[in-house]
Design a protein around this ligand. Structure first.
Ligand SMILES: NC(=O)C1=CN([C@@H]2O[C@H](COP(=O)(O)OP(=O)(O)OC[C@H]3O[C@@H](n4cnc5c(N)ncnc54)[C@H](O)[C@@H]3O)[C@@H](O)[C@H]2O)C=CC1
Ligand SMILES: O=C(O)C(=O)Cc1ccc(O)cc1
Length: 360
């Protein structure tokens, strides 16, 4: 078992996709986890899956992670702060300003609370979708505020590093504007595109290739959750959608008469603008687009990276690119390797069989 930074126990409230994944990841590191959920069914599934045990009288959690829908996040965080006066509390809701504002309105003791947000998830919620490796190599924002000192937030940093994620500090305002651009607006646009398919003919749908599937993956997301996320971050999302409407209008105008002087240039300029934007995305959807990437966790000890590279050579796979990230303070390294898409499955299986920990 890998050594952990957290001491525990960690109490997890809400054991759907996020809560079960946190529980499974911490249990893999030997950390005691206590689970709670308003749904008895979800609670027993998460326990059966090995994400932790049920709560008992006298539990003294070091840290509480609230993983409930955004609308009820502040209410549950406030309740947990009251019930466990020695614990630090965080939440994982996809928006950060609204829960903090509501906690302040409720007069909660925010000196023991910092909101956070892992940029990792799936379209399907519920405990059955939980995965121990969901957060490995993913950004996890800590949205600090003036009411808590850095030292008190140590347990939240340890949680993030123990789960193999990459800690990023941001203000709640910057966070909400950032996720509006990279998560919430892409969700809306994917949904709109998905709706266009609802009444399409079967003969058109039968032609669907990978492009439309990539673009509409998010359209399968849970409506209940997204009504809450978009409602809680409406202003930044709206601002970007208004700019997007202008972009759409330019495209529509350019296509009104594609043979008119300058029309082709206008379309080309839009395409080149898109190329430039997507090239700025870090990681596998950006610079390394023509290759597939995977992340291998290595212990931060001498010889580990060399052994990994040697074994990839033994497996007979050519490495196209490599990036090494140290999780600040954690004794692990995250090696992002890029290879040809057709060898990913074999390389993943063979490295896993040799005992390497792989994440996505
Ligand atoms: N789904 C995703 O991809 C991501 C979601 N998030 C955030 O994580 C949080 C949880 O999302 P998911 O795990 O996807 O949802 P989910 O629907 O899979 O799980 C939510 C769980 O909370 C429980 N719950 C609801 N109200 C409760 C209450 N009052 N008290 C106790 N338990 C309650 C539900 O029974 C359910 O088990 C949300 O705030 C969401 O914004 C963050 C990153 C990614
Ligand atoms: O599936 C994806 O690519 C996502 O972006 C999932 C996701 C959904 C909600 C979040 O708050 C964070 C991540």
């Amino acid at each position: 078992m890998v050594e952990s930074r957290l001491v525990g126990p960690v109490r997890i409230v809400g054991v759907g996709l996020l809560g079960t994944s946190v529980g499974l990841g911490l249990r893999n590191r030997g950390i005691e986890t206590i689970l709670a959920d308003a749904s008895p069914t979800n609670l027993s599934i998460a326990i059966d899956y090995g994400a932790g045990r049920a709560a008992r009288d006298g539990d003294q959690p070091q840290l509480i992670v609230v993983c409930v829908p955004p609308d009820v996040t502040a209410e549950i965080v406030a309740r947990e702060l009251d019930a466990y006066p020695n614990a630090i509390v965080t939440d994982v809701a996809s928006v950060k300003l609204a829960p903090l504002a509501e906690l302040r309105e409720r007069g909660a003791d925010v000196s023991r609370y910092i909101g956070s947000h892992p940029m990792a998830g799936r379209e399907r919620g519920g405990p059955l979708s939980g995965r121990a490796d969901l957060f490995i190599g993913r950004p996890w924002v800590v949205a600090a505020h003036g009411g808590i000192s850095y030292q008190q937030a140590n347990a939240i940093d340890d949680l993030i590093l123990d789960l193999g994620a990459v800690l990023i500090e941001m203000s709640p305002e910057d966070h909400d504007r950032g996720v509006a651009l990279v998560s919430h607006v892409p969700q809306v646009i994917s949904t709109i595109l998905g709706r266009q398919l609802a009444n399409a003919s079967n003969s058109a749908l039968n032609l669907a290739g990978q492009g439309v599937r990539d673009m509409t993956r998010l359209a399968a997301s849970d409506a209940d959750l997204w009504v809450q996320i978009l409602g809680a971050n409406a202003e930044p999302v709206r601002d970007i959608l208004i700019a997007y409407r202008d972009d759409l209008d330019r495209f529509i105008d350019a296509l009104a008469d594609p043979t008119a002087p300058g029309a082709r240039r206008k379309v080309a300029e839009e395409m080149i603008g898109g190329n430039a934007g997507v090239a700025r995305l870090p990681g596998k959807h950006g610079q390394d687009r023509q290759f597939s990437s995977m992340i291998v966790m290595i212990d931060d000890t001498p010889g580990q990276l060399a052994r990994l590279l040697h074994e990839i050579g033994e497996i007979g796979v050519n490495l196209e690119d490599l990036r090494l990230e140290h999780s600040p303070g954690a004794e692990i390294g995250l090696v992002e390797i890029s290879v040809l898409p057709e060898v990913v499955a074999r390389l993943t299986d063979e490295l896993a069989a040799r005992g390497w920990r792989i994440a996505g």
